[in-house]
Design a binder for this molecule. Sequence first.
Ligand code: NAD
Length: 445
Amino acid sequence: MNARPPKPRITVIGTGYLGATQAVCMAHLGFEVVAVDVDPVKVDALASGRLPFFEPGLDTLLVETLATGRLRFTTDFADAAAFGEVHFVCVGTPQSSGSDAADLRYVDAAFSELARRITGRALIVGKSTVPVGTAERLAGMVAELTGGEVEVAWNPEFLREGFAVEDTLHPDRLVFGVASAEAEQSLRDAYAPLLEEGVPVVVADLATAELVKVAANSFLATKISFINAMAEVCEASGADVSLLARALSYDDRIGGRFLKPGLGFGGGCLPKDIRAFRARAEELGVSAAVTFLHEVDQINLRRRSRTVDLVRELAGPDLHGVRVAALGAAFKPDSDDVRDAPALDVARLLYLEGASVVVYDPKANANAHRAYPDLDYADSLAEAVNEADVVLLLTEWAEFVSAAPEDMGVLVAHRRIVDGRGALDVERYRAAGWEYRALGRPAEV
Ligand code: NAD
């Protein structure tokens, strides 16, 4: 009979979208977990069973795992350093202010705070998305601080907000970036329950592991911008990008996923990751290899101004005083994350043009209000569309997609809708007397 693998004691450093999910899921899988954050408000909330952000299913799993006694939260690095055998670093790597490069100060701080306090043998595993070369640099720093007792590995994370629990418990694959067989074994022990389920693992060097994540995000961003570039050509030529995308998607070499024309990508990952990749490639002297990512970014941003053009076509050209209902603020449905959210950016652009903008998002109103306090916010879909001159679908929440155009039609001042996500039933809207516009589609479709 096979001996059960040892269960290393786990710490998770940083309890944002990624770290809180990692901590709760590791405790759910049976590990003892201590999670650390520098933000005492977040730590207090999590410790008392309140998730400080919206993520489907994570709130109940947090309460369940706290009740097992296997999970606790702290602001004390000394506690974590003394407790853990495998430390997962999940802190933010945002875009630097004033440049495209990743801001690595939080990662650097987390590694050095830990390394200065760890006394025995341990493995520090980076999960944050970082420029290639970061892990090797951090390994050098950690070796100096610990006299070689503590190793560094990289284990990039691929979870999607909105599916974070599912993606963490049932990932497509695990990537272990390691510099020794011991580090690989520690990661195999820490992920034993998933490996037993047959999750594929790719064991690689540190640099390859770091690159897998940015390569994956670059590919996904490119696929989205590819179809949005086709949408631009459709707009100029009278073709219909939704039919084009459908026809392409039957080709299984291309596939339909991420081939959805619309307002494009946003959030706390794709935009900053492709920019940081370009910045790093420039440092490495290979900027030509990823110049295309500049175009990917520009195509994505142009969708936002094109959406404003569609509002102008329906209600302009002067948008002063035009009442706009902006449905959605989060960068995608089932999330309250408004970092670099296309929806909120369109609302802001319309506001700057003088429109009177009312935003409604089922979960992201509070975050949106913090980011853009000048916009007006409604507490419901009905309140948002009330007396609207134009309605915009900006985030494809199920509540918006399933709303009856007949019912909404009674509330608005004018039945005009811009479908920024190509998600609505155009026939039904037309039948209910709405003027309908979508990105990449002719006015009359
Ligand atoms: P986040 O901003 O939600 O969370 C980061 C957390 O780290 C915050 O709670 C912050 O207080 C904490 N923190 C900062 N400095 C710290 C320190 N020195 N010690 C302890 N805690 C510290 O960010 P996120 O969305 O969870 O992303 C974290 C990383 O994971 C990023 O590199 C991101 O690119 C990557 N990632 C995110 C996702 C996602 O869907 N959110 C998916 C894959 C990878």
